[in-house]
Design a protein around this ligand. Structure first.
Ligand SMILES: Nc1ncnc2c1ncn2[C@@H]1O[C@H](COP(=O)(O)OP(=O)(O)OP(=O)(O)O)[C@@H](O)[C@H]1O
Ligand SMILES: [Mg+2]
Length: 502
């Protein structure tokens, strides 16, 4: 291994003058990008800046582009993900690409299962899968169906799959969005080890602190162009943000390491209350109150039960115990009852609630079903509302008619939130509301949520990201192994104290 500084090492992969458009949308313009051997290369930029598109070209997903790509100085043009994999490129996609109905082991070896006499060699596959998973500290039965596992665990398994594929170029697109801090640490130490073995890693993330901490080099994208590539030692977080979104966002630099003041409203009326709510092994005896005009943050590591709790509040799963809205006991047997009572829910997996093959403006109306009963809402009216949201939320799209599936990850998330701006519920439950969003978009979400709160809506924000609850909540409860273990109210709180409690 060479001991040269990463920026002086020979290029492993070079992209020269890459442009890419999707129909009328110019996603990339004349992008140059160099990945060197044995470096961790951070990639940052606003939602829709072109990060995933660039990496999908390297990974063989997009083959219709202008410009040149070289590996080891030789021109390559991949026709498929298989092509790229054969050339040593592995990618973990932003939206998980596991096959939910298959076992963990089959997913680890997707497309390259070990065989014996022409059939899958199960004992070998299970044994090898266990070994690969262990490198990331994952303990799970490889024979289990992957779709039944928590989303964070699925994400870890997908990462393990690519890391163990032997790829020389490893691309991780938002790999930590569902991971808990200890899992992120484990992933980072593994990435450093792989880098020290000479592998090259691209790390895309909106957690700028993480990017600056793990990367040797960072590249900043803006508006489909590459703005700059620089060693991380030569750039500050403020400069990164400025190059991503421009000046005037100094507040975004905060890493929430200091004390945050909480502004609880102990006298506001209770809109939602639970008493001794329990669901199987996910959570037990949860009693909490949500007041009108407050944001209650529920924080916990992945698997602490908060995601299930959020679902139970909306009737997605049937919990035992008491649930009241404005004092009225509810028997949530269907999500439609929750909706009638004024409870709204935005789940963490936007895929499940958005319609990818429908235009954006339709996705912003209340729901496809309700729309059928509201034929009087003219499409032109819907489009007007959508245009307003596109502007206030700064959604990056050519227009309200664009198919939702064509939007970048973070922009889809904004669409998921948009409809609550026009259809204010009594209680709004947000699960991981800023997952996958850029710093500017997170700031927008803080404004949106505060706006809803100030209208008197009781907002519940459930997250595994300390920054998310710290930036949004007026009061925070911490969950651990299915129980509330701590409450922060009317006082100050810090990231360290949150982590400690969790
Ligand atoms: N399949 C597609 N069809 C049409 N437009 C697309 C498609 N994929 C991406 N785009 C557009 O290309 C641009 C770049 O998108 P890309 O997904 O690369 O952004 P990104 O930097 O990864 O953003 P994010 O941080 O939100 O993931 C966006 O304007 C997006 O809407
Ligand atoms: Mg992306």
């Amino acid at each position: 291994m060479t001991s040269q500084a990463p920026e002086n090492r020979p290029p492993l992969l070079e992209m020269i003058g890459i442009s890419k458009s999707f129909g009328g949308v110019q996603a990339l313009r004349d992008v140059d990008f160099t990945l060197r051997q044995g470096e961790i290369h951070g990639l940052v930029g606003e939602n829709g800046a072109g990060k995933s598109t660039t990496m999908k070209i390297i990974a063989g997903v997009h083959h219709d582009y202008q410009g040149k790509m070289l590996i080891d100085g030789k021109e390559v043009h991949f026709r498929s993900a298989r092509d790229a994999l054969d050339a040593g490129v592995g990618m973990v996609h932003q939206e998980l690409s596991i096959v939910p109905d298959l076992s963990v082991a089959e997913n680890v070896f997707l497309g390259s299962q070990p065989t014996k006499g022409g059939v899958i060699d199960w004992p070998t596959m299970v044994r090898e899968a266990r070994k690969h998973l262990a490198t990331l500290g994952i303990v799970v039965d490889p024979r289990q169906t992957i779709g039944t596992l928590p989303i964070g665990l699925q994400q870890l398994i997908e990462i393990a799959r690519v890391l163990s594929s032997g790829a020389r170029i490893i691309i991780l697109d938002e790999p930590t969005s569902a991971l808990s801090p200890p899992e992120v640490e484990r992933l980072f130490s593994l990435l450093r080890k792989l880098r020290d073995q000479g592998r090259s890693i691209v790390f895309i993330s909106h957690f700028l602190d993480d990017v600056l901490n793990i990367s040797d080099t960072v590249t900043i994208f803006r508006n489909g162009r590459k703005v700059e590539t620089t060693p991380v030692s030569q750039i500050t977080k403020r400069e990164v943000i400025e190059k991503m979104i421009g000046k005037g966002h100094e507040g975004l630099e905060e890493s929430y390491t200091g004390e945050i003041r909480l502004d609880s409203k102990p006298n506001a009326p209770v809109v939602l209350e639970t008493k001794a709510l329990s669901f199987e092994r996910a959570f037990q005896d949860v009693s909490l109150q949500v007041r009108a005009g407050e944001v209650l943050g529920i924080y916990g590591f992945m698997g602490s039960g908060q995601i299930e709790l959020a679902r139970a509040l909306f009737g997605k799963i049937r919990a035992k115990g008491e649930l009241t809205v404005e004092g009225k006991p509810l028997n949530l047997t269907r999500t439609s009852i929750a909706r009638e009572e004024g409870i709204a829910f935005v789940p963490e997996s936007r895929r499940s609630m958005l319609f990818h093959h429908e235009p954006l403006y339709k996705n912003m109306s209340i729901s496809i079903l309700e729309r059928i009963h509201r034929m009087w809402l003219k499409p032109s009216k819907e489009r007007d509302i959508a245009r307003g949201h596109i502007e206030t939320l700064r959604i990056r799209t050519p227009g309200a008619d664009q198919l939702l599936g064509n939007l970048s990850g973070g922009n889809q998330q904004k669409v998921a939130l948009a409809k609550w701006l026009t259809h204010a519920p009594k209680v709004l439950i947000l699960s991981e509301p800023t997952r996958g969003m850029d710093v500017g978009a997170k700031e927008d979400v803080v404004k949106i949520v505060r706006g809803l709160r100030d209208k008197g809506i009781g907002v519940v924000v459930v997250s595994t990201e300390p920054e998310t609850v710290l930036s949004l909540a007026d009061r925070i409860v911490v969950m651990k192994r299915g129980a509330i273990v701590r409450e922060f109210a009317g006082d100050t709180v810090s990231k360290d104290r949150l982590l400690e409690a969790a």
